[in-house]
Ligand binder design. Structure first.
Ligand SMILES: Nc1ncnc2c1ncn2[C@@H]1O[C@H](COP(=O)(O)OP(=O)(O)OP(=O)(O)O)[C@@H](O)[C@H]1O
Ligand SMILES: [Mg+2]
Length: 252
């Protein structure tokens, strides 16, 4: 299997705070990796670093064996053509309809693309997420689940190799969340898309995870097959799952 991302001795954080250090892991094509850990442990920070929103403090990230120079605007621009991002809260622009929202990355990266091709691309993505009939609705006119699917369509518009999703099922009811998981699995099957997903929804994790990256107290606690996690009998991991299970049962 081809390696798509390799992270070597990476430390991430902000000007005054190292949030996580000594991160080492690699992600293979078509795998779904989930990032797990308590609130505030740095899940979104890793994601933001990998997609170039904040620079790494130390260490390196390789994308298909090529070291990413996060300080180069040119490198970032070309990276953005190959990755998709589903931001927490969807991040659709409220004043634009779905068509316009989904066309944004095309217009940004390929401004000279003929309109007919743009239309073909946008409508084909809308169909893939079951929203072809909603092209001219505003985000405010959609349900939470529809907005997530629209955000996924936008993340996929440039045929990315990998999609980064930060809490994709946050705020969705269990049935809609399960539909979103199913959609991700379908997109992986049909287009070979790789996913890196931050989530704490146990049902989602169980359904989609091939690999798990577990974070604790500034370090990577575990990285490997998700199926091995439970049999490890690791006190931190067991208590993480138990606490999440109790919290999710109590919240309905
Ligand atoms: N823009 C920022 N500037 C400075 N510190 C930040 C910034 N964003 C996050 N942090 C800090 O970095 C740490 C990790 O935050 P992060 O958002 O990555 O956590 P998380 O694991 O995604 O949490 P959650 O599950 O609540 O989303 C926290 O201590 C947080 O206060
Ligand atoms: Mg977060």
């Amino acid at each position: 299997m081809n390696e798509i991302i390799r992270v070597k001795n990476l430390s991430v954080g902000y000007e005054n705070e190292i949030v996580l250090q000594n991160l080492d892991f690699s992600i293979n094509e078509t795998e779904i990796t989930v990032i797990l850990g308590k609130s505030g442990c740095g899940k979104s920070t890793i994601m933001k670093t990998l997609i170039g929103l904040i620079p790494p403090i130390t260490g390196d990230v390789y994308f298909y064996d090529e070291k990413v120079d996060y300080l180069s605007e040119h490198v970032l621009k070309s990276l953005y053509k190959k990755i998709g991002v589903l931001y927490q809260g969807s991040a659709l622009l409220n004043s634009l309809d779905l068509y316009e929202n989904i066309a944004l990355p095309i217009r940004m990266h390929y401004p000279d693309l003929p309109v007919l091709i743009e239309k073909e691309m946008v409508y084909s993505r809308l169909s893939q997420v079951g929203l072809r009939g909603s092209a001219h609705k505003l985000p405010g006119e959609l349900s939470g689940g529809m907005r997530k699917r629209a955000a996924l369509a936008r993340a996929m518009i440039l045929d990315p190799k990998i999609i980064f999703c930060d809490e994709p099922s946050a705020g969705l009811d269990p049935i809609t969340a399960a539909e979103l998981d199913h959609l991700m699995l379908e997109l992986r099957k049909l287009f070979g898309i790789t996913f890196l997903v931050v989530t704490h929804e146990l049902r989602s994790i169980e359904k989609i995870a091939d690999k798990a990256l577990v974070l604790n107290e500034g370090y990577m606690h575990y990285y490997g097959e998700y199926s091995n996690l439970i049999s490890l009998k690791d006190p931190f991991i067991d208590s993480f799952f138990l606490k999440n299970k109790t919290a999710q049962r109590n919240s309905g």
